[in-house]
Structure formats: structure tokens, C-alpha cells
Design a protein around this ligand. Structure first.
Ligand SMILES: [Zn+2]
Length: 96
């Protein structure tokens, strides 16, 4: 079983894999803290976090991938920042 950390909040992701003839045909990675979700199933990929959904598949071209991943990284950065801001705010409410 692989080990992954959440790109948004840094928690350990729960990973579920399904194999056929030793090949991973489906994989799900889920974060219980911030609801980050990664799914791979038979050549189709999906990443979800916050209000964002990113989908691609084995037919997506290199150029499309580059555009998508640039946007993904930017949204991940924003989500990470918002997540940590949210924690600070929550913490502040608790100590008041
Ligand atoms: Zn997370």
C-alpha cells in the first residue's frame, strides 16, 4: 500500500487500490480532513477539492495536460492557503 499526503492540508490520504493481473486499474485517495479526493479508474482521472474539479483521461493531449496542471497547481496553492487560514480562524475562535 502506498503512502500519500494531502496536497491541501498535509494529512495522510486513505488509499484504496484495485488490481487486475498486478496492474492498478482503480485507485482512490481520500483526505478525511479537507475532503480532497483523487480518483483513477480505467484511464480516467479526477481530482476534487474545495469547489474545484479536475478531470483528464488517457486521451488528453500533452498540451491540454500542461494547461490543466498549471491551473491545478494554482488552485491547490489557493486551497492550501485558505485551509491554513481557516485553521487559524477556528483556533482563534476556540481560545477567545
Ligand atoms: Zn486534506
Amino acid at each position: 500500500m502506498s503512502y500519500y499526503t494531502c496536497p491541501i492540508c498535509g494529512s495522510e490520504l486513505g488509499v484504496t487500490e484495485y488490481r487486475e493481473n498486478y496492474y492498478v486499474v482503480e485507485e482512490y485517495r481520500k483526505c478525511c480532513q479537507c475532503n480532497y479526493f483523487y480518483e483513477f479508474a480505467y484511464g480516467f482521472y479526477q481530482i476534487h477539492f474545495g469547489n474545484d474539479d479536475f478531470c483528464w483521461n488517457y486521451r488528453t493531449t500533452g498540451n491540454e495536460m500542461a494547461i490543466l496542471f498549471t491551473k491545478l497547481k494554482r488552485r491547490e496553492f489557493m486551497a492550501r492557503r485558505n485551509w491554513h487560514k481557516g485553521i487559524r480562524r477556528k483556533y482563534k475562535v476556540e481560545v477567545e
